[in-house]
Design a protein around this ligand. Structure first.
Ligand code: SF4
Length: 468
């Protein structure tokens, strides 16, 4: 009889062929999916060829997923060259899952996305992976991006790796991992209408600091987590890395199964649940009714203050987007606050994926299909004075100087993204305030950092979109 284990330990045990593993052990595991993108893909491919040979083949062309997403809408030639390297590799290896940004031949710029459903391009990798059926409970996902941990929301072990480790996995399908100890974060009660998952994860990081979960699993559980949409759970696991975590994970429930069964490109997987008596490195508990809207002030995600404490901060810009805060539910939160109002400061909005973009056109602010004569989320945001762009990482990571929304001057910006270290969104002296989509929308309306409770009293209905 194996000892009581956590979800992460069970997944690792199953992938190294053992009945049980313990935190701190090093094990060789089989990898289910390896993801890379336009920033780290070329480097990974280079190491793969150097170490395995020019004619080497990847271990399984159906388990390698390449999602260009970072530096897409730019005139920068080096960024275009990176995407060409990905294309050549995909062709050479016969990879099945590649989502090309479709540059217009000879012009070097991506085609405009008048209809975001008419392209194979998908936008930000961590949003595209579950949408395109690459995520299943109980599997191991590696990605050459630190926010690969996002997919732990679906009850899998998902973590970021460097180019060298990714190149090894490309050639062998395996990797060597130390089993992380698990920290348990329990949220009790229903989430109030003025909070989103972003407030919860800012509470966690503010409590334990950016190094508080170094090489640990952050396990999010409790009735408060079960009441969240999968998209909101993704916001939690996405920022596990901001606490230094190896991975973040949530329980598998009916919402998870419904999502995965509708999307997965494989039919077999096995989800796991925590054993009673599993060992935890630490247990933290919150009552959701007692939590206040939070902000992470410059220049660290653990520089936590309540929105109320930031009331005097004046802002130059608001930004909504990224794998953390560019999902359709985030867009509904923002649009619900901005409907019938006008933003006071420049407000940039970037959908997290082309599916989100399409849904912003298809759905109204209640998450329902736009009725005849009604206004879409997209239209509500345009009417409020927001500037919108096609899906990509855009200014979340700064990017080339011509990146949409990039902070090219030392200004103050409030953002739904996940990092606010100096220079993260562009200029090294810019100040980035991380907050929930509700707090960011309220800030866009006032040019300050108000408590969103001034604008939200009733639950925001996300309709069918809230099932995601
Ligand atoms: S949106 Fe931001 S955090 Fe997410 S993958 Fe892109 S650059 Fe990284």
């Amino acid at each position: 009889m194996p000892a009581a284990m956590t979800i992460t330990e069970k997944i690792m045990a199953a992938h190294c062929g053992r009945a049980e593993v313990r935190p701190g052990e090093n094990v060789w595991v089989d990898v289910d999916v390896l993801m890379t993108h336009d920033v780290c893909g070329p480097g990974t491919i280079g190491i793969f060829k150097e170490r395995f040979g020019d004619t080497a083949r990847v271990w399984d062309p159906d388990r390698v997923v390449i999602v260009p997403d970072h530096y897409i809408f730019t005139a920068d030639e080096k960024c275009h060259r990176n995407i060409q390297i990905l294309r050549d590799f995909v062709r050479e290896q016969g990879l099945k899952y590649y989502y090309d940004p479709e540059f217009i031949q000879g012009e070097g710029m991506p085609s405009p996305y008048r209809d975001p459903t008419q392209t194979s391009y998908k936008g930000v990798c961590h949003k595209a992976l579950p949408e395109e059926g690459h995520i299943r409970p109980g599997e191991i996902l590696l990605g050459t991006d630190s926010h690969t941990c996002t997919s732990g929301a679906f009850g899998q072990f998902a973590t970021g790796v460097g180019n060298t480790d990714a190149a090894f996995t490309l050639g062998t399908g395996k990797t060597w991992l130390k089993v992380p100890a698990t920290m348990k974060f329990v949220f009790h009660g229903e989430i109030p209408p003025y909070l989103t998952a972003k407030d919860l994860i800012l509470a966690v990081i503010g409590e334990i600091s950016v190094s508080g979960a170094t090489y640990k699993t952050l396990y999010f559980t409790g009735d408060g987590i079960r009441s969240l949409t999968l998209e909101d759970r993704m916001t939690l696991t996405n920022m596990a890395i901001e606490a230094g975590g190896k991975n973040g994970v949530c329980d598998v429930d009916e919402k998870t199964l419904n999502y995965v069964q509708a999307r997965s490109n494989r039919v077999q997987w096995e989800g796991y649940e925590e054993d009673a008596g599993a060992g935890y490195d630490a247990v933290h508990e919150w009552d959701l009714g007692a939590l206040e809207p939070l902000v992470a002030c410059p220049h660290s995600p653990d520089n936590r203050k309540t929105a109320n404490e930031c009331g005097e901060v004046t802002l130059d810009r608001a930004y909504v987007g990224s794998c953390t805060g560019g999902k359709i539910t985030d867009m509904i939160f923002v649009a619900a606050l901005l409907e019938g109002r006008e933003v006071k400061i420049p407000t940039f909005v970037v959908p997290g994926s082309t599916e989100v973009h399409a849904d912003m056109i298809r759905l109204d602010v209640r998450g329902e299909p736009v009725a005849s004569g009604g206004r879409s989320i997209y239209q509500v945001l345009v009417d409020a004075g927001c500037q919108l762009a096609a899906s990509s990482c855009a200014a979340c990571l700064g990017g080339p100087h011509d990146t949409f929304g990039r902070l090219n001057e030392p200004i103050r910006c409030i953002s739904t993204t996940n990092r606010n270290f100096p220079g993260r969104m562009g200029h090294k002296e810019a100040g980035v305030y991380l907050a929930s989509p509700l707090t960011v929308a309220a800030s866009a309306l006032t040019g300050r950092v108000p408590d969103p409770r001034q604008f939200v009293s009733e639950p925001i209905v996300t309709g069918a979109a809230g099932l995601r």
